[in-house]
Design a protein around this ligand. Structure first.
Ligand code: SF4
Length: 951
């Protein structure tokens, strides 16, 4: 039909003749097979497409197609860049069908990478502040000057043994192991991350069960999927997960979603369970009780793989050590978690909980679950939500099964690097303070308070794709310490764009976007295992065209560099003569005594990736060239039950089996479990089993949480006075098209999502006499923000929500950045610690080389809510508990949309209040932290002891 219309239009001269001889040789862009819209790889060096902008004329364009990986969330989906051979510019990004995780698909943020690389506001050259820190004055400097200055400061700190003063703080990670290698080559305990404002709560809940700290659900083969997240639209690895959830549902799986908000995911579910925030664990334990009462639990799995004997011995020493007694005892433990109790806590009808519980029980080993930020990151005790969720996997025996939920580490590839420096001999108490011995990651959001308390200071502070002033709670406390040169000697912000934190740095160092740098990625997106290559596509295109490139900035815009090369060059300059022992870790494995190049670094990894050299050889390629060509490699096909791996005979030498527990003991440690007469490796826990009973939790002074337990949140309904206008606020949810503070430079994304109103149920709005668009003041414990209300039936009554993605800002004195998304603001310090921010203008059209900047039609950039939140460190997991108890009132006469007020003196008081809830180290044997739990950038074992090691 369209061809007919086209022909008639041609005949009537409404459009030009589209089928002239000139274009006849071009074939349509299809090939046989499922992925019909992707060009075949044998044409990637010479691909012809018509230029969309020239329509209706057919103007052919010649492209080179180079793969890379998206960086707009953690999923690391594959991208194909289309490079115009005439201009050597990237024309567009599409999906890479050879990427095993994303399989050619992307969300809106993947293709929007093109906006980011063409952003006319981006930082193109290294910049150094020229006025007082934070004053907004900058001048261009050379990379040499930057490297020499920073290298000199680090050298001095190392020589003076001020090793805890050199810190690298990362927002969005990546660089599998790369930066750990750098920091350990310097001998510093200098890794800090954003994880404790993100996922550390849920991670701890998983780790305490089985050592691995994330779930890897096999959605595609599940019969029942339970999400405490919004994985069809957002959340970790959401695009790879969403496509597999849909596959599972197309094959008959049922989906249940716990969320007080009717997210896109909840709207697609068979069962939406709108739980009151923090009540999720009560519902999960009610489900557990029903599974037990109905005898739907998996006896085989539990008998072999749960440490039930330990539980009975410690908790019920009077009863005989039988599995039946264990089941009897835990039925007793959970007898109060009736569906009616769960309904009372959560507001979800008991009938619905019973229905879901029975379906989960019947799904058995094909039960897939996921809990990412969401409840795990919102609540005091949020880690217990993940723990109770995993309990359901344990009860149904769906741990590591087809259609079940595997531990993350089974599906994530770890690269082999050419050189591994020794672990550092220092413990940085600014990152892992004694008050938080079980903190799953660094207590990064407490850094401003620790610096204010003079617990330490920083000589060199790197922030990388990290914007705590805007993303973290308590951003004004961050500003207060960032501008204090006595607390931070030099702050280098490694960032592609200006942001609210870079404005308070000494150096703003431009780093590449996804397609402008090297990196490798691997995540547990499904039951297989893969590795993907992020590569600077213009550099690769130049190489293919025979143009040698020494440093990536030679092919990037301006002097935009990449971290990988930056760290090599910096390390070399810290230790030019090798006397500090650093230089030796940067010598090429292929050319004796010479500095390693970035190609050699990745060449070594790919040459040592199982199966990759063979796959490459089949195509006549080296492993590095294979990855340059395809951008990804499947290291392992779907596989399950890795805990059943047999322990080898040599490893069994000197080991013996415990007759009560079947544990295999060697040198005083459990190394596996005998199951069906075969020694199996099990899980990386002290018992090598799933730890229903946690001696670790008991030893570290929290005996009340020795088994999966419901912990009442700090926003539990008992603590909310609804008559006074109080609500729990959910500030954690992601918008599907935004990426925290990093999407401000993507015009397509800002066009789609540019406001973050307060979600409020119709009944609540009626109570206040509010209509959509009404202005309210949302009071937190340290200040307030002023936002508009969105009245909706899609919110649980009695709960309000606001996405954290919007409310980006710049001050009048700051360099223009992210103007698709940043409001202009003034910031005043009214008196000590009392900060007021006011929006003086919203988003406006502006002139730039990109004509779209004059076509901006939206004016609202949203409201910055996170800055009005105090820190809420969970005393166990260390996770910041994001949910807030807020008091809502109609805006006052002096209030304007976007107003923010904060008192940092109050935020310090609240920090102290939460700090008092901790039960500090030492634990057993004078330890700072249990030895068996992982720690990022793990130092030598001696440092785990607060005092000299016992014995
Ligand atoms: S899910 Fe979207 S943003 Fe995340 S890596 Fe994939 S394409 Fe990029």
């Amino acid at each position: 039909m369209s061809r007919l219309i086209e022909t008639i239009a041609e005949k009537l001269h409404l459009i030009p003749n589209l089928r002239t001889e000139k274009f006849a040789e071009l074939t349509r862009l299809t090939e046989p097979g499922d992925l019909t819209n992707y060009p075949p790889p044998d044409k990637w060096d010479a691909w012809v497409e018509y230029d969309a902008k020239s329509w209706p004329r057919r103007v052919p364009k010649n492209y080179m197609i180079v793969p890379t990986s998206c960086f707009n969330c953690e999923a690391g989906c594959g991208l194909l860049s289309y490079i115009d051979k005439e201009t050597m510019q990237v024309r567009k990004f599409e999906g890479n069908p050879y990427h095993p995780g994303s399989r050619g698909r992307n969300c809106a943020k993947g293709p929007a990478t093109i906006n980011q690389i063409n952003d006319t506001d981006r930082i193109l050259y290294p910049m150094k502040r020229s006025g007082k820190r934070g004053d907004g004055h900058w001048q261009r400097v050379s990379w040499d000057e930057v490297l020499d200055d920073i290298a000199g400061r680090i050298r001095e700190a190392l020589k003076e043994d001020r090793r805890n003063e050199v810190v690298y703080h990362v927002g969005r990670p990546g660089h599998e192991g790369y930066i750990d290698r750098i920091l350990q080559s310097w001998g510093v305990d200098g890794h800090n991350s954003h994880t404790n404002i993100c996922s550390a709560g849920a991670r701890f809940g998983y780790a305490i069960w089985h050592g691995f700290d994330r779930p890897s659900p096999d959605h595609a083969n599940a019969k029942f999927i339970l999400l405490i997240s919004a994985h069809l639209e957002s959340g970790h690895y959401f695009n790879p997960h969403a496509q597999r959830i849909i596959e599972g549902m197309m094959n008959g799986a049922k989906l249940a979603v716990m969320d007080p908000r009717l997210s896109n995911t909840a709207s697609m579910a068979d069962y939406w369970l709108p739980t009151y925030p923090g009540s999720e664990a009560a519902v999960l334990l009610a489900i557990a009780k029903i599974i037990l009462d109905e005898n739907l639990h998996n006896e085989d799995f539990m008998k072999n793989w749960v440490n039930w004997q330990e539980y009975l011995e410690k908790e019920k020493p009077q009863v005989e050590l039988t599995f039946a007694n264990f089941i009897g005892a835990i039925k007793e433990e959970y007898k109060d978690y009736t569906p009616e109790f769960a309904e009372q806590e959560s507001g979800v009808p008991a009938r619905q909980i019973i229905d879901v519980a029975k379906l989960i029980g019947r799904a058995g080993t094909q039960f897939a679950t996921h809990n990412w930020r969401s409840a795990g990151s919102g609540n005091l005790g949020g880690w217990a939500v993940a723990r109770c969720l995993h309990f359901l996997n344990v009860l149904t025996g769906s741990v590591g099964t087809m259609g079940g939920t595997s531990p993350s580490g089974w599906n994530k590839f770890k690269p082999n690097v050419f050189d591994k420096p020794p672990a550092q001999k220092f413990w940085n108490e600014l990152h892992f303070p004694n008050e938080y011995p079980l903190a799953h990651y660094e207590m990064s959001f407490l850094l401003p308070h620790f610096l204010k308390e003079a617990r330490g200071k920083l000589a060199v502070y790197f922030t990388r794709v990290f914007n705590p002033v805007w993303t973290y709670p308590d951003g004004f406390s961050w500003i207060e310490v960032l501008i204090d040169e006595n607390k931070i000697g030099v702050h280098a912000a490694l960032t592609p764009t200006w942001n609210e934190t870079a404005y308070f740095a000494d150096y703003a160092l431009p780093m590449g976007h996804a397609s402008e740098r090297h990196d490798i990625i691997s995540y547990e997106t499904h039951s297989g295992m893969w590795i993907a290559f992020r590569q600077p596509v213009l550099r690769e295109a130049a190489r293919r065209m025979g143009k040698p490139v020494t440093f990536t900035y030679e092919t990037n815009p301006g002097e935009v560099w990449e971290e990988d090369e930056f760290w090599i060059e910096l390390s070399w300059r810290i230790d030019p003569d090798g006397s500090l022992g650093i230089k030796q870790h940067f010598i090429s494995p292929y050319r004796p005594d010479e500095k390693i190049t970035i190609d050699e670094y990745y060449r070594y990894i790919f040459e040592h990736t199982a199966g990759l050299p063979e796959a490459a050889a089949k195509e006549g390629l080296t492993p590095l060239d294979y990855m340059r060509k395809y951008g990804a490699f499947e290291v392992e096909k779907p596989s399950y039950n890795k805990h059943l791996q047999e322990i080898s005979n040599p490893e069994m030498q000197g080991a013996s089996a415990d007759s009560k527990t079947n544990s295999i003991v060697k040198n005083g440690k459990n190394i596996g479990v005998v199951v069906d007469g075969i020694p199996r490796v099990g899980f990386p826990t002290p018992s090598r089993k799933q730890e229903f009973y946690s001696q670790t939790v008991v030893d570290w002074k929290w005996p009340e949480y020795k088994i999966p337990t419901y912990i009442k949140s700090h926003v539990h309904s008992e603590k909310i006075d609804f008559d006074k206008g109080e609500f729990p606020l959910i500030p954690t949810f992601r918008l599907p098209t935004l990426i925290h503070s990093r999407s401000g430079n993507a015009k397509w994304l800002a066009e789609i999502s540019n406001r973050n109103p307060l979600w409020m149920h119709t009944k609540d709005a009626g109570r206040f006499g509010l209509k959509t668009g009404a202005l309210v003041r949302v009071n937190t414990d340290i200040g307030y923000f002023v936002d508009r209300v969105w009245v909706t039936e899609g919110m649980k009554p009695g709960v309000v929500a606001c996405s954290h993605h919007l409310g980006r800002w710049r001050r009048h004195q700051d360099p223009a950045g992210n103007r698709w998304a940043t409001n202009l603001v003034t910031i005043e310090q009214l008196e000590s610690g009392k900060w007021k921010m006011r929006q003086t203008d919203g988003i406006r059209p502006y002139k730039s080389p990109d004509p779209d900047s004059t076509r901006i039609f939206w004016s609202d950039g949203g409201v910055h809510q996170n800055i009005t939140f105090p820190v809420h460190p969970d005393p166990i997991s260390g996770m910041h508990c994001w949910h807030q108890k807020v008091r809502i009132e109609k805006a006052r006469s002096e209030d304007r949309y976007g107003d923010v007020f904060v008192d940092t003196n109050k935020s310090f008081e609240i920090y102290k209040k939460w700090l008092a809830m901790t039960r500090p180290a030492p634990g057993p044997n004078g330890l700072r932290r249990p030895l068996w739990l992982n720690r990022p950038l793990r130092p030598v074992e001696e440092t785990f002891y607060l005092k000299a090691k016992k014995g």
